[in-house]
Design a protein around this ligand. Structure first.
Ligand SMILES: CC(=O)N[C@H]1[C@@H](OP(=O)(O)OP(=O)(O)OC[C@H]2O[C@@H](n3ccc(=O)[nH]c3=O)[C@H](O)[C@@H]2O)O[C@H](CO)[C@@H](O)[C@@H]1O
Ligand SMILES: C=C(OP(=O)(O)O)C(=O)O
Length: 440
């Protein structure tokens, strides 16, 4: 089993460069399906497990995808297939983002129904409500969702919740609908703006992305375009916490501070020194941290994808902190793992109450989702002894060489492959020695 082993106690120092954003690149790659003419070139693509998965989804739909040195080329000019099997949707729910582009381009999509996952049930009713309002017929059966339409028609769609995925899927579908689509109560995340910029470079007419109302005038066709992915605000935030929790001094390069306002505000309230410099942020961890309350909200509120990492930091703060998770109904799975490290956390409904500071102790803990995994490694940076984090497949979905980047900053950390007692019997027996008949 692969593990990250980290020993606490070292202050981090130096510079870390942030990759392109996972949550921006996945919809952008999906949107490439819309180009019936010309290749798309996408830059600053992080080498993440999720990127390999979406590339496979596109190849299965008959798109040509080449990926090298953080650069992807997509050619979607051929005749497209329209089915995305469970194999991909199970690995990554964002595979469902191909539905909007397929409906726009060919009027048909059959995609495995995404199941629940560790952070909540994550329904897709708002995506489907949007497609149906635009005239698609949607059927659910045998574990698949099938949608069909001759021509999508623009209309007004009010989202019950500003869902990131539903906003993206509907926005992509609407680019080639007849007439104008207006999405109200749309998500305002920076990743929505990144996608809209790409769609507009392809010839779409999307206005208002980044606000609660997005207006899309349908066009006849889209062509391949060049696009650079925005920096990953969640990876940046994770390294900001690594600097702060270890009482280090780290320069975080390739970030857009305007995407990190809620985190900068809350960390500053805690006593962390954050200096905005050109193309980056310098983060200096103080001797003592103050407890603050956090409430996760859609953007520009505090991001749910930083909740677990913030919990690591709050475990080190003096006083009582309350984290309220309002976006996902089950995103406290990491609390049980923090308790194994001696973390004092109580759960009351949607709130986690943290009393600190805590003398964290090393333990073997499991990543329950990708941010929980990163948060446990962060806690390991200050825990007494060797923390062993397992289930690294989650971390690999969202972080490029997480342990390697922390090690370069001075952390005492290794990623290792350890054979467990119970895995021994499943190991392949060594091949029998072959005797060479010519051997005298
Ligand atoms: C690949 C990607 O970009 N993932 C991000 C995206 O996920 P994702 O797009 O799945 O998140 P959503 O914004 O859609 O989900 C937010 C909430 O709305 C609910 N909901 C959503 C859709 C729907 O049709 N019905 C419904 O009830 C969800 O269950 C959840 O409780 O935004 C989340 C919220 O910022 C982030 O945590 C994820 O990292
Ligand atoms: C929850 C996340 O991603 P996804 O929506 O891809 O599961 C995340 O990035 O923290």
């Amino acid at each position: 089993m692969e593990k990250i082993i980290v020993r606490g106690g070292r202050g981090l120092n130096g510079t870390v460069r942030i990759e392109g954003a996972k949550n921006a690149v996945l919809p952008v790659i999906a949107a490439s399906i819309l180009a019936s003419e010309g290749k798309s070139n996408i830059y600053d693509v992080p080498a993440l497990a999720d990127v390999y998965t979406i590339n496979e989804v596109l190849r299965n739909l008959n798109c040509e995808v080449e990926y090298e040195n953080n650069h992807i080329t997509v050619n979607a000019e051929g005749i497209l297939k329209t089915e995305a099997p469970f194999e991909y949707v199970r690995k990554m729910r964002a595979s469902f983002l191909v539905m909007g582009p397929l409906l726009a381009r060919v009027g048909h999509a059959r995609i495995a129904l995404p199941g629940g996952c560790a952070i909540g049930s994550r329904p897709i009713d708002q995506h489907l409500k949007g497609f149906e309002a635009m005239g698609a017929e949607v059927e659910i059966g045998n574990g698949f969702i099938e949608a069909k339409v001759d021509q999508l028609i623009g209309t007004k769609i009010y989202l019950d919740f500003p869902s990131v995925g539903a906003t993206e899927n509907i926005m992509m579908a609407a680019t080639m609908a007849k007439g104008t689509t207006i999405i109200e109560n749309a998500a305002e995340e920076p990743e929505i703006v990144c996608l809209a910029n790409y769609l507009n470079a392809m010839g779409a007419k999307v206005r208002g992305a980044g606000t609660g109302t997005i207006r899309i005038e349908g066009v006849k066709k889209l062509i391949g375009a060049e696009h650079t992915i925005i920096p990953d605000r969640i990876e940046a935030g994770t390294f900001m916490i690594a600097a702060a929790i270890s009482k280090g001094d780290v320069f975080i390069e390739n970030v857009l501070p305007e995407h990190l306002r809620p985190l900068i505000a809350k960390m500053t309230e805690m006593g962390v020194i954050i200096v905005e410099e050109s193309n980056g942020l310098r983060v200096i961890g103080p001797e003592k941290l103050k407890a603050v309350d956090i409430k996760t909200m859609p953007h520009p509120g505090f991001p749910t994808d930083m909740q677990a990492q913030m919990m690591s930091l709050l475990l080190q703060a003096e006083g009582t902190a309350v984290i309220t998770e309002t976006v996902f109904e089950n995103r406290f799975m990491h609390v049980e793992e923090f308790r194994r490290m001696n973390g004092n956390i109580k759960i009351e409904g949607r709130a986690a109450i943290i009393s600190g500071p805590n003398n964290l102790q090393a333990a073997e803990v499991a990543a329950t989702d990708l941010r929980a995994g990163a948060a446990l490694v962060l806690a390991g940076l200050v825990a007494d002894g060797y923390t062993r984090v397992t289930e690294l497949k989650h971390i690999d979905r969202g972080y490029v060489d997480f342990a390697g980047k922390l090690k370069k900053l001075g952390a005492d950390i290794e990623r290792v492959f350890e054979v467990e007692e119970n895995e021994l019997e499943n190991l392949e027996a060594p091949a029998p020695l072959k005797m060479d008949p010519n051997f005298a």
